[in-house]
Design a protein around this ligand. Structure first.
Ligand code: DGY
Length: 319
């Protein structure tokens, strides 16, 4: 019987049904066992693995599982996996796109609203018992209607974010590796533009690109200095796309208005400076964190892993 190693317990009834079925031998790592995934791979010798975005699936880990045929990442992003090494060894890598599009776009829109309207800051103020009455200038934020949203990466989540922003009356421009099909541009009202134009003319910038080394610090000191002084930046993609230290400095010096983070450059470590900044909204990477979405992701990741082990084509192979 083929063996599947799952590096953490995943949510949902679908997941529990699959792992209690008898078609494969499953091993779900406990929190303690997670501390050494390599040892678990060496001991269990899995044919398939279901991994988290926080697991580093490098060549060393891959080579410790000589029978590996599939690595299914429980995430849309897969920059935690050495997919080239997997490809060289004939190991299929899969991810979980689509099912998390709306949940992640919701969080992007929520961060846009929270950062623009100073939601975290005013909530902290209220909880501290400081609300002593309505005032004309209490926590003035930025309107969204009529402002320009610059979307970096008009893939599935970028498109879903564009739809949400359109409903808030925003004008949308985007920069991507290629121009989107006309029907997407027409339905979202998104206009393709150059990277520099997007940086200089957006009131809000939202990142929706996958992380690849060529995009490391796509937003750095230079880009931050070129943005509008009142710009809002939101990142629900991957932390390494932004120079976090440079953004923390820009927020401290009020060279940008606010930023919303769901992801961090050295996750789970967060740049110490951000903790003290009222104009930074800090979420713990919850883009896809709804009960429904995480349950669907679990079934999708496992189904693709089992498909490969059964000699079938998985739905979401990325290498
Ligand atoms: C993913 O799945 O890659 C996202 O980061 C979820 O938030």
């Amino acid at each position: 019987m083929k063996r599947i190693l799952i590096t953490a317990e995943l949510p949902g009834e679908g997941f529990r049904n699959i792992v209690s079925g008898g078609k494969f031998e499953f091993k779900v790592l406990s929190n303690e066992e997670r501390l050494s995934i390599k040892k678990a791979v060496t001991d269990f010798r899995p044919h398939g693995m279901v991994t988290l975005l926080s697991d580093t699936v490098n060549s060393e880990l891959i080579d410790s599982g000589p029978e590996l045929e599939a690595v299914s990442n429980y995430a849309a992003g897969y920059n935690n996996i050495d997919i080239l090494h997997c490809r060289e060894k004939g190991i299929a890598v899969t991810n979980t796109p689509d099912v998390l599009t709306d949940a992640t776009a919701d969080i992007a829109m929520m961060l846009i609203l929270m950062a623009s309207r100073r939601a975290s800051e005013s909530e902290r103020f209220t909880r501290a018992g400081l609300f002593k009455g309505w005032k004309p200038d209490l926590f003035l934020g930025k309107s969204l209607s009529g402002k320009t949203l610059g979307i970096l990466g008009l893939g599935r989540i970028g498109v879903a974010t564009a739809f949400r922003a359109k409903a808030f009356g925003m004008d949308i421009i985007y920069w991507s590796d290629r121009k989107a099909p006309e029907n997407i541009e027409n339905s979202t009202n998104a206009r393709f533009c150059g990277f520099d134009e997007l940086i200089k003319s957006s009131d809000v910038i939202s990142l929706h690109l996958p992380y690849v080394p060529a995009l490391h610090h796509l937003i750095g000191k230079k880009e931050l200095s070129e943005m509008k002084k009142d710009a809002v930046i939101v990142n629900t993609a991957r932390g390494q796309l932004i120079d976090e230290d440079a953004l923390a400095d820009a927020l401290t010096e009020k060279r940008v208005f606010a930023a919303g983070f769901d992801v961090y450059e050295r996750e789970p470590l967060i740049n110490e400076k951000l903790y003290g900044l009222e104009n930074a909204v800090l979420l713990p990477h919850i883009g896809s964190a709804t009960e429904e979405t995480r349950a669907e992701m679990a079934v999708m990741a496992l189904s693709d892993c089992m498909a490969v082990l059964n000699g079938k084509k998985p739905l979401n192979r990325v290498n």
